[in-house]
Structure formats: structure tokens, C-alpha cells
Design a protein around this ligand. Sequence first.
Ligand SMILES: O=C(O)CCC(=O)C(=O)O
Length: 233
Amino acid sequence: MRVVRAKGEVAQSAILDDAALAVYRTRGYVVLPGLTTSAELALFRTVYSRLRKTAPKPRREMDRDGNLSLEKLPSPETACSELGKTAFHHRALATVADLLGVSADRLTIHGLFLDKPAHAAGTVWHRHSTQNRPARIVDSVTLWTPLDDVELHNGCLQFLPGSHAETASSHRIEPVVDDAAIDPDRVAPCPMAAGDVVLIHDNVIHGGLPNCSSQARIAYALYCCYPADRRLP
Ligand SMILES: O=C(O)CCC(=O)C(=O)O
């Protein structure tokens, strides 16, 4: 199935060139084709299937009505060190280091498989910057790649473009953003082809559509964290 993306959200090249950087700075996210390869996608699928059989039960995430929205398998690199040697990991580190203007060896990476099972609910609106995380982590960029094409019907991500430049309106800072605070006219769904990567700013509001298909939607995400005392301007 052909993936149709919104104009202006896709970088033309795999490296973070000026055009990609401009999209990221304006919208708070940018889609980069070509950060991983089809061979690596096959590896991610194999590792995921193996972990589903052997790893402890995945962490389940619910929506506000208590419906299952995600099953999470954290740190797959621990079970399969090959993952950490992939071009995806190397390019992720290089890209985020470039983006934050820091040396790659200052970054830590936390990997996660995200399975949105068939007919699972949407992923709640949230931003990473307000999540409960170690105080020493001051900035992060997430790279999220679907293992199959994702469209509106099978759980693609959606964003509130430009929200990374806004502060939370409530004095109660929470990672989950109330649906009532979301202007539907601003919502930008983000269909992607398998292996495309979306770079997600720490502060951008995003979520995911429900998976209305009969197949699980699986993604591999890398959370690249910068543990020091500066944020991306
Ligand atoms: O996989 C999803 O549906 C949501 C992923 C997400 O929002 C995240 O990794 O922050």
C-alpha cells in the first residue's frame, strides 16, 4: 500500500541536512527515509518474534478508558547485542549528537519495541519532556521506526506540529496531555513506510491512532538521552 505523507514533514535525505533540520525545528519532528535497511528491518522482526516467545510479559499501556493501547518490550539490545551494532543505532547516535551539538559518547540509548496489537486503542497524547525520568536526563530525541508500513487505519503516529515550542498550559505538568487541550485542526497524522524513521523532539505533543487492522503494528524506538545541563535551543 502506498504511504501518503503530509507535505513538508519528510526530509529529502537520510542525513540531517539543512532542510531536515528546518522541518524538525519548525514542526518538532521530521521523517527521515533510509536510516535503516531492509536487512536490519528483517533482523528487528526476527528479534521481536523471538523476544515475544522468550522474554517476560510485555508492559501493557492503556488509554484513558482502560483499553489496551500498547505492549512494550524494553531494552531488546540486552537480549540481542547485534541490535546495538546496526547502522540504525550508529546513525541514530550520529544524528542526535549532531542535532543536540554534543559528542555521541555523551548520549545514552534506550531501545523499546512497541506493539500495538490488532484492534488496540490509540496511544494517548503525551510529550516526553514532562515524563518522570532521572533528573540527570535533560534532553532526549526519540527515533521511531515502523517494521511495516503504517497508515491512518493501522496505528500511525500523529503530532501537534509546533507544540515543541510551547510550554504546558497547566501548572500541573503531566506527561499525558488532555484530549480537550488538542485542537483537532492542528493534528497531523504521520503515515510512514516500513523503515522510515521519525525524529521526535522531547517536547512535541504526539500520540498514535488506533489499530483498526487485524495485524499487530510493531515499531522499534530508540530514546536517545543527553544527561547534562543543556537543552536544544
Ligand atoms: O507506538 C506508539 O503508538 C506510540 C509511541 C510513542 O508515542 C513514543 O514512543 O513516544
